[in-house]
Ligand binder design. Structure first.
Ligand SMILES: Nc1ccn([C@@H]2O[C@H](COP(=O)(O)O)[C@@H](O)[C@H]2O)c(=O)n1
Ligand code: CDI
Length: 204
């Protein structure tokens, strides 16, 4: 069986400094919490890197996209972590009969300065996907919306190989048979699937 490639792109705008309740919006990107950095807006945690990776997996398997599996405003995914979405995407793709080869992601943004935490991010995302995830970063040399610091874009590719037939997976979440609820298969810790502190994502 020949391998299949997939592509995913995701963009999130930077949020206001504080949310409606006056709380500071944290930046979650590539599965990591970036202390002191401006957060991204979104229905989930806005982790564009994890979302692009998940969309690339769906694309490679030919099983839809983020919206078809998670919707755009379902309460169970409100504030959900990028790693929880990526882990669920990987589960869905495997249940559809595919092995995951690897995922490669590049994000475009001036901040956060990514390279010092690249290995940490790759470990967090690889653990979520159960397959190697590599991440790189670039700027657009000050051009466009990322250059103006208005948001972040990430693009990802994935490689999968069909090794079996779709499994019958018991639905544990939404009645429409799409994504399972946010509590399913997530890491321990807060219900939104986030780790409790920087570095927690590296725990086995
Ligand atoms: N948010 C970012 C953006 C870039 N980097 C690193 O800087 C290198 C040079 O970026 P250019 O866009 O100026 O070519 C890039 O290759 C990354 O290693 C980063 O760490 N964080
Ligand atoms: C992740 C989901 C979950 O509601 O929400 P957002 O955080 O808004 O992210 P986006 O990539 O814009 O849309 C996909 C949605 O499935």
């Amino acid at each position: 069986m020949l391998p299949r490639t997939g592509i995913g792109i995701d963009t999130h705008a930077f949020a206001a400094e504080t949310d409606d309740a006056g709380s500071r919006v944290p930046l979650w990107l590539a599965g990591l919490l970036w202390e002191g950095e401006r957060g991204l807006s979104g229905h989930s945690d806005g982790d564009a890197v994890a979302h692009a990776a998940a969309d690339a997996l769906f694309s490679a398997a030919g099983v839809g996209d983020l919206g078809s599996h998670f919707g755009t405003d379902r309460p169970e995914w409100k504030g959900a972590s990028g790693v929880s979405l990526l882990a669920e995407a990987a589960r869905i793709v495997r249940a559809a009969g595919f092995d995951i080869g690897n995922i490669a992601v590049q994000f475009v943004g001036n901040r956060p300065k990514f390279s010092p935490r690249r290995l940490e991010a790759e470990a967090a995302l690889s653990q979520a996907a159960g397959a190697p995830v590599s991440v790189s970063a670039t700027t657009f040399d000050g051009l466009g919306f990322t250059g103006r610091g208005e948001g972040i874009t990430a693009v990802a590719t994935a490689l999968v190989v069909q090794t079996g037939q779709p499994a019958v997976v018991p639905a544990t979440g939404a009645a429409d048979g799409h994504a399972t609820g946010a509590a399913d298969g997530h890491a321990t810790g807060p219900a939104d699937g986030h780790a409790t502190a920087q570095g927690d994502n590296l725990e086995p």
